[in-house]
Structure formats: structure tokens, C-alpha cells
Design a protein around this ligand. Structure first.
Ligand SMILES: Cc1cc2nc3c(=O)[nH]c(=O)nc-3n(C[C@H](O)[C@H](O)[C@H](O)COP(=O)(O)OP(=O)(O)OC[C@H]3O[C@@H](n4cnc5c(N)ncnc54)[C@H](O)[C@@H]3O)c2cc1C
Length: 540
């Protein structure tokens, strides 16, 4: 074990909240260590619906959360322009729905008051025919509809942009590093003990430790002997590797809950469930029942849904604040900053609950609490200070594509991840080769990610640059990706093959719940081809 290093603050948890806290505190001039046991954004943040939204349904029972979310969403879309895009919903009304068109429109009129806070447009009311003209996939039973505008975001990149900026302002940030213990001096928490990726143990001392571990926060609280009560709720999504509709669409499930089909830039997320979760947070499975529940809800408004082939599923657990006796999806998305000193754990602060859409505000309030504790005056600047890649306008796509000899679509995707830093990224790899054709991803971007963005595994590469995210799910590119990452990180030939196998196995686990009859046959074929390729590579 190496000698402990000392920081003002250790932040545990590299989801959007922890990354936001690390950024905020570093910008205020504090020394920060951020520790994440997996990869940046690989917990709940990455498993979200990828939306920066206000949540109109909270208006019924939690007006303040909608208002705060909308205000903070307005800040987030300003500081992270390259990462966000408009997502326009059609909310169809069918004859026996819970809400008729008048009720639905009234709700939207109320929500319209909040829309300017997040730079979104007011709703429009559509007849059934108008709705079908805009979205031909809608059922003939749709009698009317309203529109609603939200924002989409790549949460993996949003988390990483916060980490990157924290590091640029002096923070140390380590992924694949698990906190195993809180170090205590009597009742006071004075640091953390952690395990690094190579299995070694280390310690860091801190004046304050922030527990930003989302659904894991009760486990980390227990390390200091404090109870943190959450009502953890699992949600799943079905992922289609392309857009299957012109607009995003909402639907009602059999038990009357709201479901969403979200048309993101180049893929579609169908979700989500919201069920009390009592299991192992490190191995959350998607069940066939959950997939059927979503498909049943959507088939009613979008009859062709079962004819599209999903590429995978995602699942995560919401860190919802505890409340007794309500349906899971009606629980408040409020958050709480908890200073544990009155409960015998001075030096430990937990941020619990909330949403991705107001992570910045949650981080600001947590950082305020840290500063109060340390007797510091620093003010948050994150509401207006651009995240990396947003300090200036990006170069026009066509010009950058021509200059770097890269297809315009690849440049567009690159800029969506790196904003005005796209050219710097392209320069890094000294190659214009396209590595993943489905997306498309350039080899240069993967080289950059391996060198500068803490990519340690191919799953990290998937999150950082979208490699293997498209229809082939890696069948056509994962071996190439492994070569590139392996070359940068000094992997042996065996390690490169092992990394590719590991990725394929992980991808398979996420895909199994959505393989229909023909899907299984196709999967067998793909897996067989992959095994063959790997065997011939290994034989070389
Ligand atoms: C299905 C679903 C859909 C959602 N959709 C949306 C949406 O569209 N918009 C929205 O605003 N909100 C949405 N939410 C809610 C939102 O995703 C979460 O509120 C938010 O992402 C939580 O972020 P977090 O950083 O607090 O937690 P997490 O993202 O889970 O981060 C916590 C991190 O702590 C790490 N960690 C845990 N223990 C340790 C340890 N001992 N040492 C080191 N690290 C540790 C974990 O690995 C994890 O990465 C959704 C949630 C779900 C489940």
C-alpha cells in the first residue's frame, strides 16, 4: 500500500452527479479526487432515457421538481450545446385512454409555461389525421394528439465532459477504482481506502468525502455506519439501432403508466419500466416480461413495433428518495443533500435522489454544502461556464470533412461528441480510416479516447466514442477496435482477443432478452463467425 495522498474533497461515484460535483468544486479551486468503481457514466446515468427534460407528469404531484428540472435543463443545454438535440414527441390519444384530448391539452398548456425555461417550444394540438400524416406509423385508432418538445443528450459524453473539465482544473479522476472503506477517526470520516484497476489498495485523506453513488449510496453510507433510505426502482429500455419513427411517441402501458419511444440522433430507445428493486445492483438483469410489457404498450399506438429488430437492452436502477405507499412512477424525483455529522459521521455528505436533468443544480448545492463545511466562500460558475468543446463554435462540417478527408457524417458524429475540439481529435490519430462503419467512428477518435479519455476496456470505448453501438453491435468492428485500443494500451495479442471476447459476451447478455425466433438464428450465425475470426486471428 502506498502512502495516503491528501485532498480537500474525495468524491465517490463517477455518474453524472459525482462528475458534476467534482467539476464544480475544482472550478472553485478545491483539490478533488474523484473515484469510480466502473467506468464514467456506466451506472444509472448511462442507462437513462438520455433525456434532459422537465417531466410534465411530475406536475400532478411534484410541481417544484418540474420547475427546477426545467431551469437546470436550460443551463445544461447552454453549457453542453454539442451534446444536446431537440426531441419532439407526439402524444397520441386513443378512445379509452386515461386522458382525453381536452385533459391532455390542458396538461400541456400548463407545461408550456415551463418550456421557455429550457428553451423549448410550446405544444401543438393535432387531429388524428394530422398526427398520422406527421407519423405514418401511428395506429388508425388515434383520434387526436398533442406535441411536446424535450432535449436528448448523450449521458456518457455528458459525464465525461464534466470529468474532463474537473481534471483540466486540477482534479484527479480515476475510473475502475472502487472505494472499499471509509477511513474514520472516531466519529469523523477522514478519507477513503480504494482498490485500483491492478488490484492494489491505496488510501486518500480528505477534509470532506462526498457520497455521490446514486443507487449505491446506502452501501457507501453503511461504510460510515449511517442509514440512507432509498426506494430503488429498476427501469429497462429496448434499443433499436436506428430511428423507427419520424417523431418520438408516448404510449400508455396496460397499468396506465406513461411509456416513451424516444427517437435519438441515430437510434431509438423504447422504455421504460419503473419497478421496486431489491436485488444485486451490480448484476441487474432484463426479464422477458419487462420486454413484453413495453411492446404491448407500444403496439397499441404503433402497431408495427414488433417488426423492428432491437439490437440490445439497457437497465438501470433509479436512486429515488424513500417514500412509503405510492406507485413507483409516482414517486417524487426530488433530491436531498445530507450532511451526516448529526448522525455520527462528520465529514461525510451524501447527495441522493434527483434526475440527470438537474444534475448541475444537485452538484452546485452539494458543493455549496462542502464549502460551508470547510468555511469557504466559493461560488458555483457551472450554470454558465461551457463544458469542453463548447467554448467556441465548431467548424462547418463540410469544411472539416474536406480538409481531413473524412466523410461528413463521421465529422457530424464526432462534433456531437467533441464540439469544437473535433479537429484536435482528428489530428491525433494521423489517419482518416473509418473504424466502425455503422456509426461511423473514425480510428483517430478511438486513438484519442485511448490516449486521453481513460479508455481501459472495449466497453469503455463503446461509451466514449460509440464504437459497436450500431446495427452490427460490434460484429464488423470489435476486432479492429481491439487492435487499436490494444496498440495504444500495450495489450498483447492474447489480451486483444480476450478483450474482444469479453465485449462480445457483455453485448450478448444485453441482447438475449430481445432475440425473437429469427433473432436467435442470426445471433448463432454472428457468434459463429466471430468465433471463427477470433480463432484465425489467434492462430496467426
Ligand atoms: C431507466 C431509467 C431512465 C431514466 N431516464 C432519465 C431521463 O431521461 N432523464 C433524467 O433526467 N433522469 C432519468 N433517469 C434518472 C437518472 O438517470 C438518475 O437520476 C441519474 O443518472 C443518477 O446519477 P448518479 O450519478 O446519481 O448515479 P449513477 O449514474 O448510478 O452513478 C453512481 C456511480 O457510483 C459508482 N459507485 C458505486 N459504488 C461505488 C464505490 N464503492 N466506489 C466507487 N464508485 C462507486 C457507480 O459505479 C456509479 O457509476 C432515469 C433512470 C432510469 C433508471
Amino acid at each position: 500500500m502506498t502512502a495516503p495522498s491528501a485532498y480537500d474533497v474525495v468524491v465517490i461515484g463517477g455518474g453524472v452527479t459525482g462528475a458534476g460535483v467534482a467539476r464544480d468544486l475544482s472550478l472553485r479551486g478545491l483539490s478533488v479526487l474523484l473515484l469510480e468503481k466502473g467506468d464514467w457514466g456506466a451506472g444509472t446515468s448511462g442507462a437513462s432515457s438520455w433525456m434532459i427534460h422537465g417531466g410534465p407528469r411530475y406536475l400532478e404531484y411534484d410541481w417544484d421538481t418540474t420547475r427546477l428540472s426545467c431551469i437546470d435543463a436550460g443551463h445544461i443545454v447552454t453549457i453542453a450545446r454539442n451534446l444536446v438535440y431537440r426531441v419532439v414527441f407526439i402524444i397520441p390519444v386513443l378512445p379509452h385512454d386515461r386522458n382525453n384530448i381536452e385533459r391532455m391539452e390542458t396538461a400541456m398548456e400548463v407545461y408550456d409555461r415551463f418550456q421557455p425555461l429550457k428553451k423549448a417550444h410550446p405544444h401543438r394540438r393535432l387531429t388524428g389525421d394530422e398526427a398520422r400524416q406527421a407519423e405514418p406509423g401511428l395506429s388508425p385508432d388515434v383520434i387526436a394528439a398533442v406535441t411536446m418538445e424535450e432535449w436528448g443528450v448523450d449521458p456518457h459524453r455528458l459525464v465525461y465532459a464534466n470529468v474532463e473539465d474537473a481534471v483540466a482544473h486540477g482534479a484527479r479522476a480515476l475510473n475502475h477504482t472502487r472505494v472499499t472503506e471509509l477511513i474514520r477517526d472516531g466519529g469523523k470520516v477522514i478519507g477513503v481506502r480504494y482498490r485500483t484497476p491492478d488490484g492494489a489498495f491505496s488510501e486518500a485523506r480528505a477534509r470532506v468525502v462526498v457520497n455521490a453513488t446514486g443507487p449505491w449510496s446506502p452501501e457507501v453510507g453503511a461504510m460510515a455506519g449511517v442509514d440512507i433510505e432509498l426506494r430503488r426502482a429498476k427501469g429497462i429500455h429496448i434499443v433499436y439501432p436506428h430511428r423507427i419513427s419520424n417523431f418520438s411517441i408516448s404510449a400508455e402501458s396496460i397499468d396506465g403508466r406513461d411509456l416513451l419511444m424516444v427517437s435519438h440522433a441515430g437510434f431509438t430507445l423504447l422504455g421504460t419500466t419503473d419497478d421496486d428493486f431489491y436485488g444485486d445492483l451490480d448484476s441487474v438483469e432484463v426479464l422477458d416480461d419487462e420486454v413484453d410489457y413495453l411492446l404491448q404498450g407500444f403496439e397499441r399506438v404503433f402497431p408495427a413495433i414488433r417488426s423492428y429488430r432491437p439490437v440490445r437492452t439497457t437497465t438501470g436502477v433509479r436512486p429515488t428518495l424513500f417514500k412509503w405507499r405510492r406507485y413507483e412512477d409516482e414517486l417524487s424525483r426530488r433530491y436531498e443533500v445530507i450532511d451526516h455529522s448529526p448522525r455520527g459521521a462528520d465529514g461525510l455528505i451524501t447527495i441522493a435522489g434527483g434526475k440527470l436533468s438537474m444534475y448541475r443544480l444537485m452538484a452546485e448545492e452539494t458543493s455549496d454544502a462542502v464549502c460551508r463545511k470547510l468555511g469557504l466562500q466559493g461560488e458555483s460558475t457551472t450554470a454558465s461556464r461551457p463544458l469542453p468543446g463548447n467554448e467556441s463554435d465548431p467548424e462547418p462540417v463540410a469544411a472539416l470533412a474536406a480538409r481531413c478527408d473524412v466523410p461528413a457524417l463521421a465529422v457530424l458524429k464526432l462534433q456531437s461528441r467533441h464540439g469544437s475540439n473535433a479537429e484536435k481529435v482528428l489530428d491525433e490519430g494521423h489517419t482518416s480510416r473509418i473504424l466502425c462503419r455503422c456509426e461511423p467512428v473514425t480510428e483517430a477518435e478511438l486513438v484519442y479516447a485511448a490516449r486521453h479519455e481513460q479508455v481501459r476496456t472495449l466497453a469503455d470505448a463503446f461509451r466514449r466514442v460509440g464504437v459497436a453501438a450500431g446495427p452490427c453491435a460490434g460484429a464488423a468492428c470489435i476486432l479492429r477496435a481491439s487492435e487499436v485500443v490494444g496498440r495504444e494500451l500495450g495489450w498483447s495479442a492474447t489480451q486483444r482477443l480476450d478483450a474482444a471476447r469479453e465485449f462480445v459476451r457483455g453485448a450478448w447478455l444485453g441482447r438475449a432478452p430481445v432475440l425473437g425466433h429469427t433473432g436467435w438464428a442470426q445471433e448463432e450465425l454472428t457468434q459463429g463467425a466471430m468465433r471463427g475470426l477470433m480463432a484465425s486471428d489467434g492462430a496467426r
